[in-house]
Design a protein around this ligand. Structure first.
Ligand SMILES: O=P(O)(O)OC[C@H]1O[C@](O)(CO)[C@@H](O)[C@@H]1O
Ligand SMILES: [Mn+2]
Length: 443
């Protein structure tokens, strides 16, 4: 009989001094404070739009959020959700599961429970604070920050759109080697685009300032797992096998809006334009999430912004992308599973419809740190554990994580590799300076 190896422990704020500890202690309360400030700042707007009712709703939302911040800072038990939103029952079941896991070690709480669970729970409660308070129920408290990130990255976006439109002019004449070179470049832009998230900096500015294509070469040594060649083989082989009947479908599980989203859109447009793929499915969040994550409204807003930009190549990108959506070769999807606290190894059970849908894809690209944490279960893995093992049977289709390291979990390194970086750079796992393109195709 094969030996059953126990899974390593979950990252948690109960490990004093860990990144999870600092996040729960400092960054999450900061995010809540900012959220409250944002609501305060919009008070007049709510009044103008909805009169006294708007102001009352704003007050109720603020008091709900202040209570939440207090619960967090005093390590109170995590309480069941009291709203009637469609995912509430699943959340409360998951809380029950955490209760059973804590084995009489007390109720699940902010500083004792798994970090991933309490962090997701905070964003879900932020959502409830608004959703339960019409008429401001659909106000996205993170919208401004996402838009600001987009505007501050304007120059980088122009540089990227211009590069890409020039590339499109002669894409048909590129040989395989050149096509591979361009794919690698755009994969790296999308990888480093993941530096630009806002939950990491507790909502502080984090945009792409310099040209995203210029320093790629210098950054190669910071890609500590680099499976780009494997991605290329998968795509080029699929293209060669491709017949009219069988489309190549690539799915991208999006992360942050702003520059990162634009870099993902360029990458996926390249896959279509080079005929490496015939159909792209985008997966976004159905509620505002982790400050900067992309919702449907962010996705559409971004394409509209590009379209109406006062720059020829930017607007060309926007126009083409709207066309892709209309033609149905780009499909935007969301599913509540992406904003549940569950790790991906439980997707088949919790969201069998989503799992079955992903099984129809030829390649899944998972963007960003949070997706990596959910792929690998957010555990204290040994660095050398194979990626496949950490995925713990999550395998709907060949998949690849494009992520800059912003939390202290990493698998699939060579023996000694992690220790060596650690010796010279103690912050390597959480600084966003290192990245991975980590692939797994084993069923
Ligand atoms: O946008 P990303 O890359 O998923 O990063 C989210 C960030 O939020 C965190 O969850 C921290 O709270 C980290 O994992 C990461 O730094
Ligand atoms: Mn994010």
């Amino acid at each position: 009989m094969a030996a059953v190896t126990a899974l390593p422990v979950s990252l948690s704020a109960r490990f004093k001094g860990s990144f999870a500890y600092f996040t729960v202690k400092d960054r999450l309360p900061q995010i809540l404070t900012k959220t409250i400030d944002t609501l305060h700042r919009h008070k007049n707007e709510f009044f103008e739009e909805y009169g006294e009712k708007g102001v009352e709703a704003e007050k109720r939302a603020i008091s709900f959020l202040s209570k939440l911040r207090n619960e967090l800072q005093t390590d109170k038990p995590v309480t069941p959700l009291e709203d009637e939103l469609p995912d509430a029952a699943l959340w409360n079941q998951y809380l029950e599961y955490q209760r059973n896991l804590s084995d009489g070690n007390g109720e699940p709480s902010w500083f004792q429970s798994p970090w991933l669970f309490v962090e997701c729970y905070m964003y879900r409660r932020i959502h409830a604070a608004l959703a339960q308070n019409p008429p401001i129920g659909s106000f996205d408290v993170f919208k401004e920050g996402k838009a600001q990130n987009f505007f501050e990255s304007q120059e980088a976006i122009i540089a990227l759109c211009t590069y890409f439109q020039e590339l499109l002019k002669n894409i048909k004449d590129l040989d395989e080697k050149q096509l591979q070179g361009e794919l690698f470049k755009l994969l790296q832009v999308s990888l480093w685009g993941n530096k630009c998230d806002l939950s990491f900096s507790a909502g502080e500015k984090s945009s792409q300032k310099s040209s995203p294509l210029q320093c790629l070469e210098d950054m190669v040594p910071y890609i500590i797992v680099n499976d780009m060649e494997k991605l290329w083989s998968l795509l080029i082989n699929a293209k060669k096998r491709n017949t009219d009947k069988c489309n190549v479908r690539v799915d991208i599980i999006l992360d942050n809006a702003g520059f990162e989203l634009v870099s993902d859109l360029v990458l996926t447009d390249f896959l279509l334009s080079s005929k490496l793929a015939d159909e792209i499915h985008f997966h976004g969040k159905s509620i505002p999430w982790y400050v900067s994550d992309t919702t449907k409204s962010d996705f559409n807003w971004t394409i509209k912004q590009l379209q109406s930009a006062n720059h020829m190549w930017m607007s060309r990108c926007g126009i083409n992308w709207e066309g892709n959506l209309k033609k149905g070769v780009w499909v935007y999807q969301d599913h509540m599973f992406w904003t549940l606290p569950h790790i991906y190894s439980s997707m088949a059970e919790v969201a069998p419809d989503l799992y079955a849908d992903l099984q129809r894809s030829n390649l899944l690209l998972f963007k960003g740190d949070l997706n990596y944490r959910k792929l690998t279960g957010d555990r204290k893995w040994e660095y050398t554990v194979p990626f496949h093992q950490a995925l713990n049977k999550f395998h709907p289709a060949p998949l690849c994580s494009l992520r800059t390291l912003k939390s202290d979990t990493q698998v699939g390194l060579k023996p000694g590799q992690g220790e060596q970086i650690q010796a010279s750079e103690p912050e390597w796992m959480v600084s966003g300076k290192y990245g991975i393109v980590q692939f797994d195709a084993t069923p």
